[in-house]
Design a protein around this ligand. Structure first.
Ligand SMILES: CC(C)(COP(=O)(O)OP(=O)(O)OC[C@H]1O[C@@H](n2cnc3c(N)ncnc32)[C@H](O)[C@@H]1OP(=O)(O)O)[C@@H](O)C(=O)NCCC(=O)NCCS
Length: 215
């Protein structure tokens, strides 16, 4: 199986919102990813499963006149199906996404989430590595994040990649007043961080290449 990681675009928003709702069902209000794409500080990537295409149901219907036409024309005259209004059924299947805000030399991870069926297979690591790479490209020198105190899986993932707990924000999450654990890296350009990243990258490449890893 192969996966592509690329910058998030407006076309991806319906799938991204679905993944967000599935991963964070109690988070209210949900993040406005459309606004995030306009935000100059924000940088988001999506991971796609190259062996699948998205179901029509996950593609947001077009708005306005084009949207209306695309729904009406097939009902009345199937042969008169304008290219410009044909719904796009063959979009890349997004399996997860992640994002950062870059403020001065700090990259703050705003989110990382995978579809449930893709969790636990090393793909969270793949997204995190892409997020670290993106932070380096954008010249950040350290990375930070907040994670729910109860989210042991995410904390273990971050811990594996050199994030350590540097503080707690009491009652940070509005839905249940749960604490946030603040985690941070050392300098991501430091030789020790780079050496660990290289090792983890190589180990993950072997894991994802092995046929047993992903069924
Ligand atoms: C958190 C999340 C991105 C992790 O991705 P994932 O693909 O499930 O995790 P991976 O398979 O890449 O595992 C990476 C590491 O995470 C930890 N981990 C993963 N699943 C775990 C589990 N069930 N129990 C404990 N640790 C686990 C381990 O440290 C693992 O490394 P290892 O395989 O060497 O033990 C994913 O589970 C997810 O989308 N969760 C819902 C959204 C969320 O909580 N996001 C974090 C917001 S801060």
């Amino acid at each position: 199986m192969t996966y592509t990681i690329r910058a998030m675009s407006h076309e991806d928003l319906a799938q991204v919102n679905n993944i967000d709702r599935e991963a964070f069902p109690t988070q209210w209000p949900p993040p406005n990813y459309r606004q995030e794409l306009q935000n100059k500080l924000a940088h988001y990537v999506v991971a796609c499963d190259d062996s699948r295409t998205v179901e029509a149901a996950e593609v947001k219907p077009r708005k306005g006149l084009l949207g209306l036409l695309s729904r009406m024309i097939p009902l009345h005259k199937r042969s008169y199906y304008l290219d410009a209004t044909r719904p796009e059924y063959t979009r890349q299947y997004i399996i997860g996404f992640s994002g950062i805000w870059v403020l001065v030399d700090e990259a703050h991870i705003t989110n990382i989430a995978l579809r449930q069926e893709y969790q636990g297979k090393g793909l969270g690591e793949l997204l995190l590595i892409a997020t670290i790479d993106l932070s380096m490209i954008l010249k950040a020198s350290l990375m930070t994040l907040e994670v729910r105190a109860s989210n042991v899986i995410a904390q273990k993932l971050y811990g594996k990649y050199g994030f350590t707990q540097v503080g707690v924000r009491r009652g940070y999450y509005l839905d249940n007043r749960e604490d946030a654990v603040i985690m941070s890296t050392e300098s991501i350009t430091a030789p020790s961080f780079q050496a660990q990243l290289k090792q983890l990258r190589e180990a993950l490449a072997i894991k994802l290449d092995s046929p047993q890893a992903i069924e």
